[in-house]
Design a protein around this ligand. Structure first.
Ligand SMILES: *Cc1c(COP(=O)(O)O)cnc(C)c1O
Length: 474
């Protein structure tokens, strides 16, 4: 059909003005702005022309009005769907950095939306009408929850560490244990942050062992700060020694130097009852007398992205005066979501149920088993002939560079198909709408129910049904 067919097809291609008159397109004009529809017609016709020229067009049936209108609609849907959009996390990784870390609590989502709808008292004191500080909204809550004297919030924990180091030790030396020169994903390395903040890093001790004497010997007239970094995302095991925060604080007092701790995650409650060991609470550090403590808002705390700094007022006041604070400041949305999240911690009885991160980490394996069986049943009913569906025990991870060794017993739904490989099925799930992220193990796709939110089971079934339909139709 090459030569002649090609010319015939090219001649049958309609013009934009003609397509705009079609009934099918008038329907689209009711839902989409005219300039977008015109652009979509151009794109759809242009693509069809390119396919005809490349001889990849199936023939006349592609040029019918319904077929072309469908192409136009596909372009419009793709163009009007936001790039950043909700996805379903069936990986079981609770703090998945690439999928946005913490899921916000309902109270935080509602407060965020109320703040977004209109104006708010971001920097005004309602009592006096005078100018206020944006930080005041969370300062009292943070000091109440942690026992610290003062608090400040910046854009993220990386910014908190940068600001604290720059304020307390610019142009001078900071002592850090060799075993704590952490790299967090996204090129956050303690030695580099140290450099940007204008401090000089002095490494103390060996990778596996650091003793109090090592800090004492390294301290000199140029020393400004003793820094302890929580090794959030790795553990040094075996023949090891670390200096505890109480001892380090004692040494700091003796030498007249402040002690800072970068906690990374920062939790307000002991998570050991849920099988999560080794994550120190913020209160422990405050009680030990650490002068400046930094942690994230969107890791185990379960709030929005933020860098929280708590500690002694004399250091916090100096940080508030540092011009860097202005560059790293948080906006009203972060503040609103953070305040609402922090308020939930005032009621310890409820906090596990109300903060999704803590809820997902503490949910019992029995509940997960029940949810996995229910999801398996729904998938079986939707696409049982296409997929072999089962449930199995497995392990989920905390993620977000927190609790690297924690293995949380979980239940997964396993999917296997004679028609499609596990890798291809996982890719189709990811590329679908809504997009579903799963794990792959032993040639099967695993859906971990731990990280599924309310109503997402049904969406997964719809997504699988679509994949099944297009796979069996082609
Ligand atoms: C995660 C982490 C950071 C970085 O925090 P962000 O909020 O991601 O900027 C810094 N230090 C430690 C120890 C961490 O675990």
């Amino acid at each position: 059909m090459a030569g002649k067919g090609k010319e015939h097809l090219l001649r049958s291609l309609p013009g934009v003005d003609e397509v705009l008159q079609w009934e099918e397109i008038k329907g689209l004009l009711a839902s989409y702005p005219r300039p977008l529809v015109v652009g979509a017609i151009r794109q759809a016709v242009g693509k069809l022309r390119a396919q005809i020229l490349a001889e990849t067009c199936a023939g006349d049936q592609e040029l019918t009005r319904p077929a072309l209108a469908r192409r136009v609609e596909e372009v419009l849907v793709a163009e009007t769907t936001p790039n950043l959009r909700p996805v379903i996390n069936a990986t079981g990784v609770v703090l998945h950095t690439n999928l946005g870390r913490a899921v916000l609590a309902e109270a935080a989502r509602e407060h965020l939306s109320a703040i977004a709808r209109g104006y708010c008292n971001l920097e005004v004191d309602l009592e006096t009408g005078e100018r206020g500080s944006r930080y005041s909204h969370v300062e009292e809550l943070l000091t109440r929850l942690t026992g610290a004297e003062g608090a400040l919030v910046v854009n993220n924990n990386a910014a908190a560490v940068l600001l604290a180091l720059n304020t307390l030790a610019k142009g001078r030396e900071v002592l850090v244990s060799r075993g704590q020169l952490v790299e967090i994903g996204g090129a956050f390395r303690i030695p580099e942050v140290m450099e940007w903040s204008g401090c000089r890093l002095v490494e103390v001790g060996a990778t596996n062992k650091t003793r109090l004497e090592d800090y004492r010997q390294a301290a000199g007239p140029e020393t400004a700060l003793l820094l302890k970094v929580h090794t959030s995302n790795y553990r040094i095991l075996g023949f090891t020694a670390e200096v505890g925060k109480t001892e380090l604080v004692e040494l700091g007092r003796e030498l007249g130097l402040p002690v800072m701790e970068d906690l990374g995650s920062g939790v307000f409650m002991d998570l050991t009852p849920y099988g999560l060991y080794g994550e120190p609470t913020v209160q422990e550090s405050v009680d030990a007398g650490v002068d400046v403590i930094t942690f994230s808002g969107d890791k185990l705390l379960g709030g929005p992205q933020a860098g929280i700094i708590v500690g002694k007022n004399r250091y916090l006041e100096a940080m508030k005066k540092n011009p860097l604070t202005r560059a790293l400041r948080i906006d009203k949305f972060t503040l609103g979501a953070l305040e609402a999240t922090l308020r939930l911690y005032l009621n310890p009885e409820d906090v596990l149920a109300k903060i999704p991160v803590l809820q997902m980490l503490s949910v019992s394996p029995d509940v997960l088993a029940e949810r996995a069986r229910s999801l398996a049943g729904q998938i079986e009913a939707a696409v049982g002939s296409f997929l072999q569906v089962d449930v199995a025990q497995d392990q989920s991870e905390v993620g977000g560079g927190a609790l690297p060794l924690a293995q949380l017993p979980t239940w997964v739904v396993t999917l296997e198909s004679p028609f499609i490989s596990a890798a291809a099925l996982a890719a189709r799930l990811r590329q679908g709408e809504p997009s579903v992220f799963a794990r792959i193990a032993a040639q099967r796709v695993l859906l971990d129910v731990r990280t599924l939110q309310e109503g997402e089971e049904k969406e997964i079934c719809t997504a699988l049904a679509k994949i099944c339909k297009s796979a069996s139709g082609s």
